[in-house]
Design a protein around this ligand. Structure first.
Ligand SMILES: Cc1cc2nc3c(=O)[nH]c(=O)nc-3n(C[C@H](O)[C@H](O)[C@H](O)COP(=O)(O)O)c2cc1C
Length: 221
């Protein structure tokens, strides 16, 4: 009986892993129907040698629509601004006074998700395809995902306005560079985009105290 239960559980797990890998954004990840997705643990041994990554780092504006593999999405978000020192709750990107104010939203063809580094999860914020509203040019619309980097001013409460406005873009730049470097290392395409509709993006996110900074469309090569 115990063996039977074990086999059924193993089969169920294998099937959910397969469907998660095939279609990272349309399946329910088994979280009670919230639409949140649990990301895969990062493969820390992968990638190119660092000097080669720098050699390959570039902006790419030709995107293709194939879905990003879920292992790559997991690695991308972790590299961008994940927790690399869990004991201290610190991130892959530095931030002024360790504010950790740069939130990453993932826009797909069926929803907007917020990266939650503490849980290595993306939480569904709303349904629908918002990519076209934020990205003004048609070309980048081919990318299956757009990462939106947002400065969350609630996490910068002790700052004078001038300091906040100085440090938030700097902190955002490190996250953007992490995205570029991960993409170079894994043969993904991306470009940092400042030319986006910030007002529309803030509305979509329901942003009350913060600033939409940069977008990064990302696609497979
Ligand atoms: C803050 C920032 C904003 C940018 N905004 C845009 C943009 O709106 N559209 C675009 O096509 N490229 C944008 N870029 C990409 C730059 O044009 C690109 O980095 C530059 O041409 C150098 O090319 P490289 O990244 O391949 O070295 C932006 C880059 C940065 C750093």
């Amino acid at each position: 009986m115990k063996v039977k239960v074990l086999i059924i559980t193993a089969l169920a797990l294998a099937m959910s892993a397969v469907s998660f890998g095939q279609n990272s954004f349309t399946v329910d990840a088994g979280d009670g129907g919230t639409g949140n997705l649990v990301l895969e643990p990062c493969e820390l041994g992968g990638g190119m040698p660092f000097m080669e990554v720098l050699k390959e780092r570039k902006s790419n504006r030709d995107f293709q629509p194939a879905e990003i593999e879920s292992r790559l999405l997991s690695g991308l978000l972790w590299a961008a601004n994940g927790i690399n020192r869990p004991g201290e709750n610190k991130r892959t990107a530095p931030s002024s006074r360790n504010s950790q104010e740069i939130d990453i939203y993932v826009l797909t063809n069926n929803g907007v998700y917020l990266y939650m580094p503490e849980d290595q999860q993306v939480k569904k914020v709303r349904s629908g395809d918002s990519r076209k509203t934020v990205i003004k040019s048609d070309k980048e619309m081919n990318a299956p995902i757009v990462l939106l980097l947002v400065a969350n001013y609630d996490k910068m409460k002790g700052y004078e306005t001038a300091d906040r406005d100085f440090y938030a873009p700097l902190d955002c730049g490190y996250v953007s560079q992490n995205i570029y470097l991960y993409c170079a290392s894994e043969h993904l395409r991306t470009v940092a985009m400042g030319n986006i509709d910030r007002v529309a993006a803030a509305k979509i996110l329901g942003l009350k105290n913060g600033k939409v900074m940069l977008a990064h469309p990302v696609s497979m090569d």
